[in-house]
Design a protein around this ligand. Structure first.
Ligand code: ZN
Ligand code: ZN
Length: 300
């Protein structure tokens, strides 16, 4: 077996964690294989080719529409593809990504397109959708439960194998950088999804960009740390506001409120940061911690 394919538990020899290329750092991501069902295809072209040689893949479940999770779809032409209905139209028409990343008609659209060209993205026809709580029976030993965990994208899903209790959380990746910078992202829903995962008492977890977490307590801890990062961002944003004069989102540009350091994709990061700050404001308004007045936000 190739070195990037790992059996997760000796008791379940047909559940594999597939390490994405280069430690699954963007532009790559991890996958999981449950017998002949693959979740996500962003491990790298070369890895997909090698995986196909060793394993039959009849179905592909896509956790969400992001390019780093669907880039290998076109190498699996003989498989059927499934996703949540909320993400279907972008997977079927990847041109829509520019709109969903909020860069359509912006000065960086061309630069962004160039960056995306490395993925060689093709549109994927979705055979059918899966829904929250749907059970996908694989065989006597394996059954996947779909957990709709929106927030990162509207259709983002996690998957729990009900016998082994092994879960794949995709881009609720338990890294240090929760992302909700798409126009279909929703921070209120992401926080609900995290609460839902805490309630699942997960025992073994893998994510799209991190390795395997094997200890119940460590998993709870990792989810709570993820929640904390969001709370710290709330605080950094609130610290910029006053009780009297309204602050507009544009005034919070380039202040490193979300990205601690802007990197290689700085121009895009400024756009994503503004989208994410607005997601915080939506949530803070709902929690009545801020008030919208004269086109800006004040502390309540
Ligand atoms: Zn993603
Ligand atoms: Zn990802």
């Amino acid at each position: 077996m190739s070195d990037f394919i790992e059996v997760v538990s000796d008791d379940f020899p047909e559940i594999f964690f597939i390490h994405g290329n280069r430690n699954a750092r963007y532009p790559y991501s991890n996958s999981m294989l449950f017998k002949d069902i693959l979740i996500d295809t962003g491990i790298s072209n070369q890895y997909i080719r090698r995986l196909k040689k060793e394993h039959k893949i009849t179905k592909v479940l896509l956790s969400h529409w992001h390019e780093d999770h669907i880039s290998g779809n076109y190498r699996l032409k003989n498989s059927e593809f499934f996703c949540h209905k909320n993400d279907q139209k972008i997977i079927e028409n990847t041109e829509l990504m520019y709109e969903y990343y909020n860069i359509k008609d912006s000065p960086i659209e061309e630069q962004f397109q160039e960056g995306m060209s490395i993925f060689n993205l093709r549109d994927t026809k979705i055979t059918d959708n899966f829904e929250n709580d749907e059970l996908i029976k694989i065989d006597e030993d394996l059954c996947l439960k779909v957990l709709h965990t929106p927030g990162h994208t509207a259709g983002h899903c996690s998957f729990l194998e009900t016998n082994s209790k092994i879960a794949f959380l995709a881009d609720i990746d338990l890294s240090s950088f929760p992302f909700y910078g798409g126009i279909d992202s929703d921070l209120i829903k992401l926080e609900k999804s995290l609460e839902k995962l805490l309630e699942c008492n997960l025992e073994i977890v893998a994510t799209g960009h991190k390795g395997i977490f094997r200890d119940k307590n460590k998993i709870q801890q990792a989810i709570m740390s993820y929640q904390d990062i969001i709370k710290k961002r709330d605080k950094r944003i609130l610290d910029q506001l006053s009780e009297r004069s309204p602050t507009k989102t544009e005034q919070l540009k380039k202040l490193n409120l979300i990205y601690k350091k802007y990197g290689m994709f700085e121009d895009y990061e400024h756009i994503a940061e503004m989208v994410m700050i607005n997601k915080h404001f939506e949530k803070l308004l709902k929690e009545k911690r801020v008030i919208f007045e004269d086109g800006g936000y004040i502390l309540s």
